[in-house]
Design a protein. Structure first.
Length: 239
């Protein structure tokens, strides 16, 4: 299917990064079974909740910061490099697609990026180490040095609006592809999970690669329930 394709779009979820040692959120034993996610409205409303959010962020980052791209990421990067994959639409916030060599302009991050922070008011970017120094010095969530606004990890939280530009780009890429490859996603989180449906309705071939069944398996042209890296590596002719 990939060989015959003119334009492939890859859509990735947390499952591709578990092979890099990053735990997912929704599976049994995942992060959200251990602690409830923090709602965006609560984050804005409460300084105490912002402190807890940053505490969790730095704790989780102890695992994420050590992660490196795996064979699945490298296979996708190879398919981008040879011109088969036009865009990588991802629900992940771990920056591993960038680290694998996929050009930033070909990555569409629907849920943001957890490797930096930004002011919610003026958009000023903050590196996480700067935020960590402030947080560890006084235990307070930082405010923006430029405008006094709230500084937050550059991710999309529960209750926060999806990024309009990324959603627009993702829809354009989806409508332009002839093969849509969904990898490592439970396909339960909307509106992101709507893109495979859009692709299928527009005439694209839909392939789902995930260790567990998904709600969209029934409409896919090909479903593979297996490990992601070992499955993709031969496709991209990686050793």
């Amino acid at each position: 299917m990939i060989d015959a394709a003119r334009r492939v779009v890859v859509f990735t979820g947390a499952g591709i990064s578990t092979e890099s040692g990053i735990p997912d959120f929704r599976s049994p034993g995942g992060l959200w079974t251990k602690m409830a996610p923090i709602d965006f409205g609560d984050f804005i409303r409460s300084a105490e909740i912002r402190r807890e959010a940053w505490r969790r962020k730095f704790e989780i980052d102890k695992t994420i910061a050590r992660a490196e791209p795996n064979k699945g990421h490298m296979a996708i990067a190879r398919l981008v490099d040879i011109g088969k994959v036009s865009h990588v639409i991802t629900q992940n916030i771990d920056n591993l697609h960038q680290l694998s060599g996929v050009p930033a302009e070909k990555i569409i991050e629907l849920h943001g990026n957890g490797t930096y922070a930004k002011c919610l008011d003026c958009g000023l970017r903050y590196e996480l180490e700067e935020v960590r120094v402030i947080f560890e010095a006084n235990g307070e969530a930082p405010n923006c040095r430029a405008c006094g606004g709230i500084v937050k990890s550059a991710t999309i939280s529960f209750g926060q609006a999806m990024p309009e530009e990324e959603m627009r780009r993702a829809e354009e890429a989806t409508l332009a592809c002839d093969v849509f490859l969904a990898i490592g996603s439970s396909l339960q989180v909307y509106p992101a999970a709507g893109f495979p449906i859009i692709a299928k309705r527009n005439g694209a071939t839909l392939v789902i690669l995930n260790r567990d069944p998904t709600e969209l398996d029934a409409i896919a042209d090909l479903v593979i329930h297996d490990e992601i890296g070992p499955t993709l590596a031969p496709v991209a002719m990686l050793n």
